[in-house]
Design a protein around this ligand. Structure first.
Ligand SMILES: [Zn+2]
Length: 124
């Protein structure tokens, strides 16, 4: 089972194409981040981070994996009723729905001590 998941993940990483749009242009080169739960180490998301600096929020349109979280960007966004970003394994809350006013962009405001992030190289 673990092997199957690892293979799925590797296939996914090999096929990644970053999104290049107005947000990418206004920031800088994108990087692929892997976010894991700080409590149980379960994978939360793979995320395209545009530009440098601390990861404070993750925009829904930059969540690349897993599918159920990637699809969140297509749901109607309302901070009050939108689901939190949680660890599917231990249910710890990783982030809260938050509309980034400056860009009118739905995101999760991340709780820093609830996750670890690691940059993944795309050069194989
Ligand atoms: Zn967890």
């Amino acid at each position: 089972m673990v092997f199957v998941q690892k293979k799925k993940m590797k296939d996914f990483i090999e096929k990644i194409k970053f999104k290049y749009d107005v947000y990418t242009k206004s920031r800088d080169n994108p990087a692929l981040l892997k976010l894991t739960c700080s409590y149980c180490n379960h994978l939360i998301i793979f995320y395209q981070k545009d530009g440098p600096g601390l990861l404070k929020r993750c925009y829904l349109d930059r969540i690349l994996y897993p599918k159920e979280n990637e699809l969140l960007q297509h749901l109607p966004f309302n901070e009050k009723v939108f689901p939190n970003l949680t660890c599917q394994n231990c249910k710890q809350i990783i982030g809260y729905p938050y509309l980034y006013e400056k860009e009118k962009r739905p995101s999760f405001k991340l709780v820093q001590e609830k996750f670890n992030s690691q940059e993944i190289s795309l050069n194989f």
